[in-house]
Ligand binder design. Structure first.
Ligand code: ADP
Length: 547
């Protein structure tokens, strides 16, 4: 959809007069070149995934006019990023850095503070700076998408894999900085990064890890992508899910290509859920399964066909379990409750040996049935999983959006131990609240050994005000109820950041206060992404900004 604009444009950053803003923008244009600074004054076009806007949140939860920038700047180098930051400090104009802005479901490209200047790093800083086939690593700029990194790695001819998340159009660096996950054994993106270059909120530039030690003759340090920690405090973590710096380069480890087999296991009984979790934990902690497998509810087999909900059910409220059952029974998965998507890696012999163990363990669940890629038609989602789990980017998961007219999604993403009681509690909270607010429940557990990310995809019609209101009310209630039971989100939408940050409240919000101390010392003018992850600079605190 396209939303018309309201009021005088562009929307100004808080506390900035129009005259001052215009002067500041003229100065920024002189610094970057006038074609690299664009005022946000056109109607707000949601576009679609591959032509996403950097003006607002395409998957808006409010009126799109509420989460807009004033302008966007396109720096072409780390030096230019530093210049933009110094400019922002001079005028006290808030910045909102994005790599590519495809963070859909968590806020897209939208700034938390209306009228911020979006710093779109990806448009001009989009090079793969190095691929090292010997130590299996690379060095990327913010604008390198999974598709681009995949192509560049392919071009080298070396047998290396990247690790894409569900959708391959996002930024490799942006995803790691937001602590996203993929599905190969390298699926924890932050854990597999090695070295950052960061522009601090004052404009100073640092390199972390071994990058801090200058290489011979001014070159990059030869160990920058080999050793993560360097010397002294390990600071990389504070530049993830934060507003303490703008990351301009990132090292990342790649995986040597290997043979692999992706499969699905279907389980017929809803009540076996806890037993399934027990088996998965056992396979994960013993490292029999080495990647990030998924456990999905059967309703997702319907959704990922890309059909509209009405093709399955025309009634109000949630699709009844019985209706899901009827449709599933005509599909390759059959009438089942949960579906496990896993992958084993190694030589053919290792794969067969591992698979034998996996089969033995799952055979403890009554009716567990293994389905392999050769068993399903070429358009089945399993083939998409095969690619994602072997390092090939995909956008198949977008098919979900057809579930609703004007489909958009919002992610509810709590973490829980890979244990039966916890999994049960958390899924029950999500199920009850989805029912109350009349959304179909799409739960996916992404299992990273001892812990699972439960990603619940709330699909809503963004042209329907009532659905938007219900989506926000539902997620707010789930956040609160999960927190009461001891579970927290690993990531959330920009508009829910305050609520989530405040659930991490142990010892009278000691952690949040620590973040604020860091914020005030690193960013005294409070220009960098105010409010991101619930961290507000001093001048915003207690001024009614928190939601
Ligand atoms: P993607 O396009 O990969 O989905 P985004 O570029 O939208 O991801 O990044 C997600 C969020 O992470 C952004 O909204 C921003 O807050 C933060 N972010 C992204 N890139 C950077 C960066 N290079 N430096 C600091 N923060 C970043």
């Amino acid at each position: 959809g396209v939303t018309p604009r309201k009021g005088e444009l562009p929307v100004l950053p808080p506390g900035i007069q129009r005259q001052t803003f215009n002067t500041a923008i003229e100065e920024l244009k002189r610094t970057l070149g006038s074609e690299h600074v664009v005022i946000n004054d056109k109607p707000l076009d949601d576009g679609w995934y591959l032509e996403h806007p950097n003006t607002h949140d395409a998957f808006h939860l409010l009126d799109p006019n509420e989460t807009v920038s004033s302008a966007v700047a396109y720096p072409g180098s780390t030096e230019e990023v530093s210049a933009v930051v110094k400019w922002a400090n001079k005028y006290e104009i808030p910045l909102w850095p994005i790599s590519m802005g495809r963070n859909l479901g968590y806020g897209g490209a939208a700034p938390r503070v209306r009228g911020s200047v979006v710093v779109d790093l990806g448009k001009r800083m989009n090079r793969v700076l190095n691929i090292d086939p010997e130590q299996c690593s690379c060095l990327v700029e913010p604008g390198v998408s999974y598709y681009k990194l995949y192509e560049e790695v392919q071009k080298t001819g070396y047998p290396l894999w990247i690790d894409p998340p569900d959708l391959g159009g996002g930024s490799v660096l942006g995803n790691a900085v937001d602590r996203g996950v993929g599905y190969t054994p390298m699926g924890d993106h932050f854990a597999n990064h090695c070295g950052f270059e960061v522009v601090l909120p004052t404009g100073d530039v640092i390199r972390t890890g071994m990058g801090a030690l200058p290489g011979p003759g001014g070159e990059d340090n030869p160990t920058w992508q080999s050793f993560q920690y360097g010397y002294g405090p390990y600071v990389d973590g504070i530049f993830t899910q934060s507003n303490f710096g703008i990351v301009t380069k990132m090292g990342l480890w790649l995986m040597p290509a290997t043979e692999h087999l992706t499969f699905m296991v279907t389980f017929p009984n809803d009540d076996d859920f806890e037993d399934i979790i027990d088996v998965i934990r056992l396979l994960m902690v013993r490292r029999i399964l080495g990647n990030v497998p998924q456990l999905r509810h059967v309703i997702q087999e319907l959704a990922v066909t890309g059909k509209n909900r009405e093709e399955f059910y025309r009634g109000e409220g949630q699709i009844p379990r019985e209706v899901i059952r009827q449709h599933a029974s005509k599909m390759p998965c059959g009438d089942c409750s949960w579906i496990f998507y896993g992958t084993v890696y190694g030589s053919q012999k290792q794969i067969q040996d591992t698979l034998a163990v996996v089969k033995r363990e799952f055979s403890r669940i009554h009716g567990a049935r293994f389905i392999f890629p050769d068993d399903v038609p070429p358009d089945h989602y399993l083939h998409s999983r095969v690619r994602v789990c072997s390092g090939v980017p995909e956008i198949r998961e977008l098919e979900w959006l057809n579930w609703k007219k004007n489909g958009a999604h919002l992610f509810f993403s709590p973490i829980c131990p890979t244990k039966r009681q916890d999994a049960r509690k958390i899924i029950d909270i999500a199920a009850r609240i989805h029912k109350e607010y009349e959304f179909d429940l799409f739960p996916t557990f992404c299992i990273a050994t001892r812990e699972m990310h439960l990603i619940v995809n709330i699909v809503y019609d963004r042209a329907n005000q009532d659905e938007k209101r219900r989506a926000v009310a539902a997620i707010r209630k789930m956040i609160d109820e999960c927190a009461e039971a001891g579970y927290g989100e690993y990531r959330t939408h920009i508009l829910l950041a305050d609520q989530v940050a405040h659930t991490y409240s142990w010892n009278n919000q000691a952690l949040l206060r620590f973040h604020e101390t860091l914020k005030d010392s690193l960013d005294p003018k409070g220009i960098l992404a105010p409010g991101r992850n619930g961290i507000w600079p001093k001048k915003y605190r207690g001024q009614g900004w928190e939601l």
